[in-house]
Design a protein around this ligand. Sequence first.
Ligand code: SF4
Ligand code: SF4
Length: 364
Amino acid sequence: MKRLFVIMMTGMLFLNSLVVFAAEEVSQPIFQPDWSVERLAQENNLDAKALLDQLAIIDTTATRAATLRELNISEEQANEAIRKLLVVTSEEKSKNWKLILLKFVLWWCVVIAAIILLKRYWVTPKRRTWLLAAAFTVFGIIMGSDPSPMGTVKDTIALFGKERIIFPPRLVAFTIFTLMVIVGNRLICGWGCQFGTLQDWLYQVSPVKKKIRIPFAVSNGIRITVFIAFTIVAIGLSYDFIGPVDPFKVFALQQLTLVSTAFIALLLLISLFFYRPWCTLACPFGMTGWLAEYISWFRVRWNQSKCIGCGACRRACPTGHTNYLLDGKMVKPDCYSCAACLAVCPVKALRYDYRSIDESVPNK
Ligand code: SF4
Ligand code: SF4
């Protein structure tokens, strides 16, 4: 059964890699100082209004017909404006918008379904394994690497660093993903993200019995360092150092290189004995999502008056989040709403809910 599943996944991944949209080559600006704005836009396949907006000039019949010289626009300014618009156009063309819309609709369905299942204590480790497999099969193998929660943060910073441009649809996607984190504690990472669920699945089916855990302060310290270093290098040196090893490319086979293949293989290998290495040590969305978790509505809540102190949830939790809950610590380790703690608590002292269940412990 497992072998059949692996063969099917590999086949689908191969098919998917044939249909993934390749990034458009950005064309070079075409430019003559005596061309009118209208002609300039036409020659570069751009919208005249967008070009005028980029040049901060009011769009009128007269400005459209005027030459750049008449508008007092230097060659550098015009080149810069055209290049920025060409980059945005190429970003737009490289996206399969219908697929992206479908993916977001499905992700919201997953978020809502997960809340219902978690609230009803329906998620057992075995069921979770199947749900994780379904998530990375649908959102990664079938629907591809793009978009992804991580991409919305990484690519926004990288594009801004390289071109000083913000691609608005990516900001919208980032806002939606963050909203999903807020609605249900990290549900998009725990239940929907294609690479997050793949790592989690490997951890669950791993034959390695002795798993490695490191203190959250250490893993989060590494993640914060990676995030800051990435931002500085992307903005200061215009270099995206995650791009060449982007683990989401495991769902876009034709974009893999020797380096990225080796890096992803290493990550997947580590996932067998270390919980979600990419999410906890490096993912830029892992970092921003961790901050958003502080205001999540639906999350694991602890009922102190029911708790018998058996420690089962502490042992089951792969991130140390239950220690924060039970010990009232200040810093909140990631919680991927995995339900491991809910499944092992013998007295149901933990619940997945949007409000505190123990009035004596208002913050839990
Ligand atoms: S933290 Fe993990 S699950 Fe969340 S976006 Fe990053 S890779 Fe995906
Ligand atoms: S086991 Fe830990 S990570 Fe999983 S739901 Fe419980 S608190 Fe969150």
